[in-house]
Design a protein around this ligand. Structure first.
Ligand SMILES: Cc1ncc(COP(=O)(O)O)c(C=O)c1O
Length: 337
């Protein structure tokens, strides 16, 4: 299926067929596709591209100010994870990472090493960094190995099929990290920015929060946020930024992100209400990060876009946070729920 047009919660294919998009484009379109404020911020941006780490555009500097903690920006979600894990190495001098089964952190080699999906890892196994200590998601990992620089965890696992850990699990991870002086990295790339009803999940426990997906309002932008503020200083390694990208801090993406940060807090209540509608229709998960048994191809034939999740047999829904009750009625009706 080729997307010819996308607007709000709806997508049209090249033949003009209309779909209700429960994927939100992998959870990116928190404010809906082509949100008018986002589109206008992009269209009126006075700088389209600046000089990456050498010279921020004014709007990039403004975004850095608006983010609640010091940050290091990236382009993809995997970049934010990469920054977070390297921060832990720089801060502790130790290489070990504790990560979980079912984790998805991206496909760059460092993020891939922490990812728990064998089909993504196996072809590149010879090149994966480590050591990675894999533990069951949602369980106490026990005393951490002495070489651990950080634990990385999703507050709710997205790609594994909206897996919600037991209450207090992040607190347990915090305690385990404190026992050995390791950092707690919360990968909120999928779950963050309102998707599970909180702007910054784990903010009271994490040392670093990773954000991506929804952050750029549809343009590629990610950030590692140093909740433990002093961690930003580990990157003072010399005159040049030694971890950067040509498009870092893209002014267009930052202009869009300012709209996202402004709008999402006003949608948190609605996420709770819409999330309960999913619950009643048999979807598990949290907020608007949902999954249930189903077939994505069959859903597409009925005019609803969902994403296959987990080991197969599950479909996931991560719609715009702006989805209305009427759109939910329509989507559940089309799916026969
Ligand atoms: C929790 C989580 N972390 C990281 C990533 C990687 O983001 P990206 O695909 O933008 O590199 C994803 C992508 O789905 C994700 O769900």
């Amino acid at each position: 299926m080729i997307w010819a047009r996308a607007e709000g919660c709806r997508v049209w294919d090249a033949d003009g067929r209309e779909y209700l998009d429960l994927s939100g484009g992998f959870g990116v379109a928190a404010l809906g596709h082509r949100n008018p404020r986002v589109m206008s911020a992009i269209a009126s941006a006075p700088v389209a591209h600046a000089l990456g780490d050498l010279a921020d555009a004014a709007v990039t500097a403004e975004l850095r100010e608006k983010l609640p903690w010091p940050s290091k920006l990236g382009v993809t979600g995997a970049d934010a994870v990469d920054i977070a894990l390297r921060t832990a190495l720089l801060a502790t001098g130790r290489p070990g990472v504790v990560a979980f089964d079912g984790a998805y952190h991206g496909t760059g080699l460092l993020a891939l090493a922490a990812t728990g999906f064998e089909q993504f890892r196996e072809p590149f196994a010879a090149w994966l960094p480590g050591p990675i200590h894999r533990r069951p998601y949602g369980e106490d990992p026990g005393p951490l190995p002495a070489d651990t620089c950080c634990v990385i965890a999703e507050p709710v696992q997205g790609r594994a099929g909206a897996r919600v850990p037991p209450d207090g699990w992040l607190e347990t991870l915090r305690r385990r990290c404190d026992e050995v002086g390791a950092l707690l990295v919360v990968d909120a790339i999928y779950a963050g920015l309102g998707r599970i009803g909180e702007l910054w999940p784990g903010e009271n426990l994490a040392d670093v929060i990773c954000a991506g997906k929804a952050l750029g309002g549809g343009l590629p932008l990610s950030a590692a946020l140093f909740v433990r503020r002093d961690l930003s200083t580990v990157w003072e390694l010399g005159p040049e930024d030694v971890l950067t990208h040509t498009h870092v801090g893209s002014p267009l993406a930052c202009a869009a992100a300012l709209v996202v940060l402004d709008e999402v807090p006003g949608l948190l209540e609605r996420v709770g209400v819409a999330g309960r509608r999913f619950e009643e229709a048999g979807w598990h998960g949290a907020g608007l990060l949902r999954a249930r048994v189903g077939d994505a191809d069959a859903a597409e034939r009925r005019g609803v876009i969902v994403i296959p999740a987990g080991d197969g047999g599950l479909i996931s829904a991560t719609p715009p946070l702006t989805i209305t009750d009427e759109e939910l009625d329509e989507a559940f009706g089309l799916l026969g729920l």
